[in-house]
Structures are given as structure tokens and as C-alpha cells.
Design a protein around this ligand. Structure first.
Ligand SMILES: Cc1cc2nc3c(=O)[nH]c(=O)nc-3n(C[C@H](O)[C@H](O)[C@H](O)COP(=O)(O)OP(=O)(O)OC[C@H]3O[C@@H](n4cnc5c(N)ncnc54)[C@H](O)[C@@H]3O)c2cc1C
Length: 443
């Protein structure tokens, strides 16, 4: 079998696998990537040293909509993936572990769900795993993206998620996740004043001092996955019991398992065999996922600029365009004479919907006009970044598919993301745990 996998640039070698097979590789040219991603593809040849045991008969298509098949069992607890009926079914279809070879796993989406899926799958894997994460964007984060000023990369704004609210329920349920991020300082308690924020008893709020995308980068690093940006997946086909995944640029790649973590409408846009693999019932469930839309505008100022307000963030209730403003560095307790302040504005959903198809340049102008009414006399920013969030926050999650939706077994094709739970940190954790539960006996 010829596999393709990544390895340090220019290296070649031979490696023994845990199942007794050996793996040899040689350098080969491959797709160019940016940032943290590794850039060199190599061809690898897997030479089995012992006969491979035949797998159990194909488990066939999942019956996603049925109570007795893959839907949640009656009384299932959304936060506890172990309470879902699917886990029993997955275990029955498990091939013996000892003789399984390396699995190639693709995760589409380098947002919170995708990055956490990668980290969880890596931890749970009982065999060599080649993990790849592809994202159509130029950087990690998804809706937890942090933009930098082109003049000073240390001046940043969170364009999507602003802070993380941990309820008493999730403080217990997801304690290990919070601990893991609090210990190295990826998350810190939110101490700056946010005017108009609704604080419920027992809730704790956290910010990411290095920007909210540092959470995603933490998980991507932990996963050891090969992360490729500007890889827009367009088609998914079934070829010899593997997923052949096509992207806008670059050659198709084959994977044993694929996990899709993009918003539901973007899953429905994919072409190829996937179109016919989605059952009518699953299609309806995916179509039922709805999102709000809004814009975010990031403004970067010169070092030394003073923005003289007594708050770090403010919810606005009296403006048709602006819903939220944050002095982003102040929100994260970063005030320095060398780094200019940064500000982020979120529009109202009604403004977002009205101007959804307008150009971001026009929308930016309208937001700046309204900002002048709220904060008159602000200096000129040195750089701006206007972001359209067509799929901002989930207003209606997929019915009857808490956490994940398994589109196909053997090979596995699973969807996850906040569209199957709720639009926040804990929603994404819940979804990633459900994806893990569906796949854990197969990795
Ligand atoms: C304005 C705003 C404010 C928010 N505020 C908060 C908050 O304060 N607190 C909070 O907890 N949550 C907040 N949220 C919600 C939170 O950001 C999301 O719930 C979470 O980021 C969703 O993560 P995800 O990984 O499921 O999806 P995403 O972050 O959307 O990740 C999906 C990824 O898939 C990629 N992708 C899509 N299609 C393709 C394709 N065809 N090929 C390759 N890649 C593709 C996208 O580029 C994206 O990176 C906010 C969201 C927004 C937009």
C-alpha cells in the first residue's frame, strides 16, 4: 500500500510500527503551507511483516434518525457522550486492535472543535495515527480568530468569541479542560469591567491573554497534527473504502477517517459522493441548523493612543448597528506603552442580516459612522479589519444529533461543531467529546 505522510524536510528512513509492519519513506515535493504547518510531503511504503487479520463485516450505513440506531437514547445527557446509544454500536463494529496499521485521519476545520478533536484523537489513539487538519482560512481559530495589526503583530483583536463563560455545571463537567488551559496561562479570569454583561450566580468568566486563538493553537500543538491552511475542501468521494478528499488547490488525498467541523451549511455545500451519502433525514437535520449573522470590526491604534473610557467592554442597547465594543487589550489586561490599543466592535444581528451581501468596505464605513456617535473624537486607527460572520452563533442546533452526526461507517465520516450543541466553549468541547466517542474504538 502506498501512503503519503509528512516528515521533516529532506529526511528518509525506515520505521517499525507497533503492529510489526515496517514503514519506509522518501522525500517528495508537496503542497506549500504557511505558519506552523509542516511543508514537506513524503511517500511512504508500508510493508506488513505478518498477515493482517480480516476485518469484521462492514457495519453499513448508520441509521442516524432512529432511536434504536444512532440517535441519542431516551434520557441521554448531551454533556455525557457515554450516554449516547451510538457508543454500543461502535464497539460492536470494532476490529481487533493488535493488528491495525496506521490510520490517516483528516479533520476539516482548525477552529475550536477541529483542534480539540485533533488533540483528543491523538491522546486516545492506540495505533499510529497520521492526523491532518485542513482549513480554508489563512490561519487557525475559525470563529475564535485573533487578528494582528499589520504594523505590529503584538497588537491584536479577538474578532469572534470575546470571553469564555463557565457555568457551575461545566466547571465540574469540563473541569480538566479548564484546568489544562488555566495552568499554563492560556486562560485567565476576566477581571476588567464589561458594562451590561449579564452575570449569573456561580458563573466564572475567562479571557485568553494572548488572544482567543491561542486556545486553538494550544490544542493544535498538543495534537501534533500537520496543519494546512488555505485548503478549501470541495468534494468528498468514497474510493476503495477510503475517503478521497478534494480541495480547491492541490491534489486529492485519501484518508481512513474524516471529521468535518465546519458550520452545517458549509457541510451541505460539499460535492461528490457525500451528497448521496447524507440521508434525507440527516439533510433535514443539517438544514435545520440556523445561525445569526453579524459583522466584527477590529481597529488598531498607534502606540501611546489613549482611549479614555472607564470600561474594557460595553454592551450597547440603543444603537441599531453596534451591539458590543471592547477595548480588546484592556479586556485582556494588556496595557503597554509600546503596543497600541486595539478595539473590536460587534454589530447587532439585524444590522448583520440587512448588510450581509454588502461589501465589507461599505459596511466598515457605516460602523465607523455609528461608532462616532458612541465614542466621539476617537483618533484615526492605523489599521482596520472588517470581518463578516455569516455563520456567527447557532440559534437552532441540529435536532436529534447531540454532539455529532455520523454520516458513514467504514470508513467513518463524522460531523461535529457547535451546530450540534451550542455556540460557546463548552458546546465545542461537548461536540469534540462526542466525535471522540464515535471514533475512539477505531483509532
Ligand atoms: C461574533 C462572535 C462572538 C462570539 N462570542 C463568543 C463568546 O464570547 N464566547 C464563546 O464561548 N463563544 C462565542 N462565540 C461562538 C464561538 O466562537 C463558536 O461557538 C466556536 O468558535 C465554534 O467553533 P467550531 O470549531 O465549531 O467552528 P468554527 O470556528 O467555525 O470552525 C470551522 C472551521 O472550518 C473552516 N472551514 C469551513 N469550510 C471549510 C472548507 N470547505 N474547507 C476547509 N475548511 C473549512 C473554517 O474556516 C473554520 O476555521 C462567538 C462567535 C462569534 C462569531
Amino acid at each position: 500500500m502506498i501512503y503519503r505522510f509528512t516528515r521533516g524536510e529532506g529526511q528518509a528512513g525506515i520505521h517499525s510500527l507497533s503492529d510489526g509492519a515496517s514503514l519506509s519513506w522518501k522525500p517528495a515535493p508537496g503542497p506549500q503551507t504557511k505558519g506552523k504547518a509542516k511543508v514537506c510531503w513524503s511517500s511512504a511504503l508500508i510493508i506488513p511483516s505478518a498477515p493482517v487479520a480480516s476485518s469484521p463485516p462492514p457495519a453499513g450505513q448508520p441509521r442516524n434518525c432512529s432511536r434504536t440506531g444512532w440517535g441519542p437514547e431516551r434520557g441521554a445527557d448531551i454533556s455525557n457522550p457515554l450516554s449516547f446509544g451510538c457508543s454500543t454500536y461502535c464497539r460492536l463494529a470494532t476490529p481487533p486492535r493488535r493488528q491495525r496499521a496506521m490510520a490517516r485521519v483528516l479533520i476539516v476545520g482548525a477552529g475550536l472543535t477541529g483542534s480539540l478533536c485533533a488533540a483528543l484523537l491523538r491522546k486516545a489513539a492506540t495505533r499510529p495515527l497520521h492526523l491532518a487538519v485542513w482549513d480554508k482560512a489563512g490561519d487557525s481559530g475559525g470563529r475564535m480568530t485573533t487578528a494582528s495589526s499589520p504594523h505590529n503583530p503584538q497588537s491584536t483583536v479577538d474578532l469572534g468569541a470575546q470571553y469564555i463563560t463557565c457555568t457551575p455545571h461545566y466547571a465540574k463537567e469540563h473541569q480538566s479542560f479548564y484546568d489544562e488551559l488555566l495552568a499554563p496561562g492560556v486562560l485567565k479570569p476576566l477581571t476588567s469591567p464589561i458594562e451590561g454583561m449579564v452575570i449569573k450566580e456561580g458563573d466564572c468568566n475567562f479571557v485568553a491573554p494572548h488572544g482567543v486563538s491561542s486556545i486553538i493553537n494550544h490544542y493544535l500543538k498538543e495534537s501534533g497534527a500537520d496543519v494546512y491552511f488555505r485548503q478549501c475542501v470541495t468534494q468528498i468521494n468514497l474510493r476503495n473504502d477510503k475517503w478521497e478528499v478534494l480541495r480547491e488547490t492541490g491534489s486529492p488525498e485519501q484518508f481512513d477517517i474524516a471529521v468535518l467541523t465546519m458550520p452545517a451549511p458549509q457541510i451541505l455545500q460539499l460535492q461528490g459522493d457525500i451528497v448521496n451519502l447524507i440521508s434525507e433525514c440527516q439533510r433535514q437535520q443539517l438544514e435545520s441548523v440556523s445561525y445569526s449573522s453579524r459583522y466584527a470590526l477590529g481597529l488598531f491604534y498607534e502606540a501611546g493612543t489613549k482611549i479614555d473610557v472607564p470600561w474594557a467592554g460595553q454592551y450597547i442597547t440603543s444603537n441599531p448597528c453596534i451591539r458590543f465594543i471592547s477595548i480588546d487589550n484592556k479586556k485582556r489586561n494588556i496595557e503597554s506603552s509600546e503596543i497600541g490599543p486595539s478595539l473590536v466592535i460587534h454589530t447587532t444581528v439585524s444590522f448583520g442580516v440587512t448588510y450581509l451581501e454588502h461589501s465589507t468596505e461599505d459596511v466598515q464605513e457605516l460602523i465607523l459612522q455609528q461608532l462616532e456617535n458612541i465614542l466621539p473624537g476617537l483618533p484615526q486607527p492605523v489599521a482596520t479589519k472588517c470581518q463578516k460572520w455569516r455563520h456567527s452563533q447557532v440559534t437552532n442546533a441540529a435536532a436529534n444529533s447531540p454532539g455529532q452526526m455520523t454520516l458513514h461507517l467504514k470508513p467513518f465520516l463524522v460531523c461535529g461543531g457547535d451546530g450540534f450543541t451550542q455556540s460557546n466553549f463548552d458546546g465545542c468541547i461537548t461536540s469534540a467529546l462526542c466525535v471522540l466517542e464515535a471514533l475512539k474504538d477505531h483509532i
